[in-house]
Design a protein around this ligand. Structure first.
Ligand code: FE2
Length: 203
């Protein structure tokens, strides 16, 4: 079963000016599509052909780097699109309480997300994640993912240069300011926390 590129959960103009329609046309329409296409080509006719994306990520980790990179990036980008919203949504009472317990306040968490994103060396991902009932900020490098980890990822921000170069050039802090202050989908994070298990790529 070949995987399909998921549709963006909003219009391609919804995230502007933080993330423009032009960026989304390349980032979703070209980069994400290419990860999906390469993963589909790699699993066709193999034991992975009918597996879930999450199980392909787990099975290829450390054993098939090419497949892992494309499967993990296919998953990460889908999770990232859902981590954004046209306007910032509100966290559930449960998520807000967990944020306040771990970081002091939503605003303090936002500042830490930005700082970790700015400080992340080269390409990768910054995550808000939950494990054993506690929230933390995690980072993964290149295409690495929390999809098959012990963490329950709640939301993520892509800090690869292709996520922001057309809109902010090399200014990653400007991208993070724009996204973290106004475009985070706390509703999605709340759903992930309430479910208590890792989000799955639509079959
Ligand atoms: Fe990306």
């Amino acid at each position: 079963m070949a995987f399909k590129l998921i549709d963006l959960p909003y219009a391609d103009t919804a995230l502007a000016p933080a993330i423009s329609a032009e960026t989304l046309s390349f980032h979703h329409g070209k980069h994400h599509q290419t990860y999906i296409d390469k993963m589909n080509a790699a699993i066709e006719g193999t034991d992975h052909a009918d597996a879930s994306m999450e199980s392909i990520v787990a099975a290829s980790r450390g054993t098939n780097q090419g497949l892992f990179n494309n499967a993990a990036q296919s998953w990460n980008h889908a999770f990232y699109w859902h981590s954004m919203a046209a306007s910032e949504t509100a966290p559930s009472d449960e998520l807000k309480a967990k944020i306040e317990e771990a970081f002091g306040s939503v605003d303090a968490l936002k500042e830490q997300l930005k700082a970790r994103g700015v400080g992340h060396f080269a390409s990768g991902w910054v995550w808000l994640a939950e494990k054993d009932g506690k929230l933390s900020i995690e980072e993964t490098h290149d295409g690495d993912t929390l999809a098959d980890s012990d963490f329950n990822p709640l939301l993520t921000v892509d800090v690869w240069e292709h996520a922001y170069y057309l809109d902010h050039q090399n200014k990653r802090p400007a991208y993070l300011d724009a996204v973290v202050d106004g475009k985070l989908n706390w509703g999605f994070a709340s759903e992930n926390l309430a479910r208590g298990t890792t989000w799955t790529y639509p079959a």
